[in-house]
Write a protein that binds this ligand. Structure first.
Ligand SMILES: Nc1ncnc2c1ncn2[C@@H]1O[C@H](COP(=O)(O)OP(=O)(O)O)[C@@H](O)[C@H]1O
Ligand SMILES: Nc1ccn([C@H]2C[C@H](O)[C@@H](COP(=O)(O)OP(=O)(O)O)O2)c(=O)n1
Length: 666
């Protein structure tokens, strides 16, 4: 996950590949709660691993429910209708799918068996209304206190108290369907007699109720439904574990990839696995809206294949009442259309993680779009002249994910503008690996992918600086020295003369080199430590003087220039490999300082060394690197010089980040 202040996406031009969706958030949390309330043990496969499910799992543990995790399988021992802990204080972050159903279940259990539970969350959670659920629970006879403001969390649920199950429970359906879901999941706990729930007002997000009913069915509870107004939980209903259950892929998350396919899968379709024609989730209906805009979509039972159909996309007017979450993606797709698009039925956006209508309008305008909004609609004009924009995400995962699509702007007219996503880690709510997955599918012109070059002599701190910069910006790193070191090491292993160009170059051309998890592998062998030896560094300097070796490693290095960007560390990054890099730094420090740093580094690793010897080696290496004829070590003409003899690592990093910030258009 990119846990950094912002992530810059370069302009993107195409998409290709297969994505396996993470488990659905709504299904994961429903199943977790039902499994916890039920009798018996439930093995849940494909559970989403993200903030909102973590919040639910931790709450269940606090309540005394036992569970174990093995990869994406979680096994829950059901409590069989009664919470082990009679008292608990639960922190539920910003997870609506945990707050509402837990409130209902714990309120009923406190009423029936006695108890004292407090439910709280982040400040935004305390601004999300829950009055309709509170009213319904009080109507049932539960004791519910709103601890701060009436109608909002935090809540305190106490008991015992007597429940009135003989009259229908009334709940409003026009603010959030999660209130009805919460009641439907909790009421089987007290269904000694038929319990009837009546919905007041037009029920929104009906497909989510379908999911709830289908999952209750899997747990042995058959709710009778009369239209969307009246639901009966039959007397004697009890939640019973189905044994094993599989969480389907997240259909709302699928929307980003459906859009990506529609915009940028040019030759063959993007394959999206985890949802398809068999899906329970209403958000798969997003595919209809995308198809209406011109996407070419094929459905398999558990997969979607999407590629560009009509182009530009068609502007649409669409009632999004059934696809509230995925609909946000349509607002960004609308930028690529041939006419305006109007999305209606999105009043619920106003009470989500943030006021999504206001947030969407504000951020689309930053890109240059003309946007109108009303209480429950938004109208977006297509965009011809794209502006680079820094997109605020309002602690809302969906804002971050859908605005990643704006980076495809070269496809939509006069674009090729980078897009900055602020606080990209907000995707952790439902899709921690979203950006990694996205980057694995998209393609950019190499010239559009930014590279920061860090060249300089040995032990000047290039590797350290490169790693820190890459970390701060979410970029890849190329340690080009490792390629020369690996060549030297392989040549030494093979008993070759390091000056034998004809023998060493073919070795460089076919190096089975692999970087993974901060380690370097040659074939199956982990050579990370071996390559760091001083003798190998000297050998690297020798083979690096051979033009045929440099030539052999050229293409390999270019291959590291991948979305979202690269920090390249070496001797000739700015002069020979990435001459068009937008920022080149030539890093130096006095020879005495560098010898001391290397000495410290070696002593720290437990390798004995003496400073005079290191200084002599380092000066000899510098001389050879500077005076060779092939790509000698020297600053590129447009390089910034940074002498860090008297700078801390932090100060060097800050300096380069400041130079980088100056270059960016945001
Ligand atoms: N600005 C700095 N001030 C002090 N020590 C530094 C600085 N930059 C790097 N170092 C230290 O110097 C040593 C060599 O740095 P390294 O990044 O391996 O250099 P290079 O990649 O240029 O050979 C490391 O132990 C590192 O922590
Ligand atoms: N881009 C590069 C990177 C390294 N080299 C050569 C020259 C260096 O002395 C060796 C070893 O490089 P490396 O960056 O690993 O060495 P230091 O960490 O700076 O000691 O490889 C090069 O010629 N071109």
């Amino acid at each position: 996950m990119f846990n950094i202040p912002f992530l810059d996406l370069p302009p993107l031009r195409a998409a290709l590949g297969t994505v396996t969706l993470p488990g659905s958030k709504s299904i994961s949390n429903r199943i977790l709660l039902m499994a916890a309330l039920a009798e018996g043990r439930t093995e849940i496969h494909g559970l989403l691993a993200a903030d909102d499910t973590q919040v639910m799992l931790e709450s269940l543990r606090t309540l005394g429910v036992q569970w174990t995790r093995d990869g994406d399988t979680v096994t829950v021992d059901g409590m069989g209708g009664r919470v082990p802990q009679a008292q608990a204080d639960l922190f539920l972050g910003n997870a609506g799918t945990a707050m509402r159903p837990l409130a209902a279940a714990l309120a009923l259990m406190a009423a029936r068996y006695g108890g004292d539970y407090q439910l709280r969350g982040v400040p935004r959670m305390h601004e999300r209304p829950i009055r309709d659920l509170v009213d319904a629970l009080r109507g049932l006879g539960c004791q519910v206190d709103c601890l701060a403001q009436a109608g909002y969390p935090p809540l305190r649920l106490t008991g015992p108290s007597s429940l009135h199950l003989d009259t229908p429970v009334r709940v409003r359906g026009d603010v959030s369907s999660q209130f009805l879901t919460a009641l439907l999941m909790a009421l089987p706990l007290v269904a000694q007699r038929d319990v009837v729930v009546e919905v007041e007002g037009e029920l929104i997000s009906k497909p989510y109720i379908d999911i709830t009913l289908a999952l209750l069915g899997r747990f042995g509870v058959r709710v009778q439904r009369d239209g969307w107004q009246r639901f009966t939980i039959p007397a004697g209903s009890r939640l019973q574990s189905p044994g094993r259950i599989h969480v389907e892929g997240d259909a709302s998350a699928a929307s980003y990839f459906i859009a990506l396919g529609a915009l940028a899968a040019l030759g063959e379709p993007l394959r999206i696995e985890g949802v398809g024609s068999d899906a329970l989730q209403g958000d798969v209906r997003f595919a209809d809206a995308a198809a209406a805009m011109g996407a070419d979509i094929r459905l398999e039972p558990n997969a979607l294949l999407v590629q560009r159909g009509r182009w530009p996309l068609r502007g649409i007017e669409w009632d999004c009442i059934a696809i509230p979450d995925a609909a946000m993606t349509l607002a960004v797709m609308a930028l690529f259309a041939d006419g305006p698009s109007k999305l209606t039925g999105i009043g619920s956006w106003r009470v989500k993680e943030t006021d999504r209508i206001a947030a969407m309008a504000t951020e689309l305008r930053k890109l240059g779009a003309t946007v109108d909004e009303g209480p429950d609609w938004i109208r977006v004009e297509p965009l011809r002249e794209w502006r680079p924009a820094s997109i605020r995400t309002y602690d809302d995962h969906r804002m971050a994910m859908c605005f990643s699509l704006a980076a495809l702007n070269p496809l939509g007219g006069h674009g090729a503008a980078p897009v900055r996503i602020e606080d990209p880690a907000c995707v952790a709510k439902t899709y921690p690996d979203y950006f990694e997955t996205f980057f694995g599918l998209v393609q950019a012109d190499a010239a559009d992918v930014p590279v920061i070059c860090i060249d300089g002599p040995t032990a000047s701190g290039k590797g350290t600086l490169a790693d820190e910069l890459a970390q701060a910006l979410g970029f890849w790193v190329l340690d080009s020295g490792a390629l020369y070191r690996a060549t030297a090491w392989a040549a030494l292993q093979a008993g070759l003369d390091l000056n034998d160009e004809a023998a060493v170059a073919p070795l460089a051309a076919t190096l089975p080199l692999r970087f993974a998890g901060g380690q370097v592998y040659l074939g199956e062998e982990n050579v990370t430590e071996a390559l760091r030896q001083e003798a190998v560094g000297l050998g690297a300097s020798t083979v690096a003087a051979l033009p045929a070796v440099r030539q052999a490693l050229h293409a390999l290095q270019l291959g590291f220039r991948r979305v979202p960007g690269l920090v390249a560390d070496g001797r000739d990054m700015g002069t020979a490999i990435f001459p068009d890099a937008p920022l080149k730094v030539f890093l130096t420090a006095s020879a005495a300082q560098r010898a001391q740093r290397r000495h410290k580094q070696l002593i720290f690793k437990g390798v004995s060394a003496n400073i005079e010897g290191l200084l002599a080696d380092l000066e000899a290496r510098d001389l050879r690197d500077k005076t060779r004829s092939a790509s000698p070590l020297k600053p590129a003409q447009d390089a910034r010089l940074l002498d860090n003899s008297d700078l801390t690592i932090e100060a060097s990093v800050d300096q380069v980040l400041a130079w980088w910030a100056d270059q960016r258009p945001f």
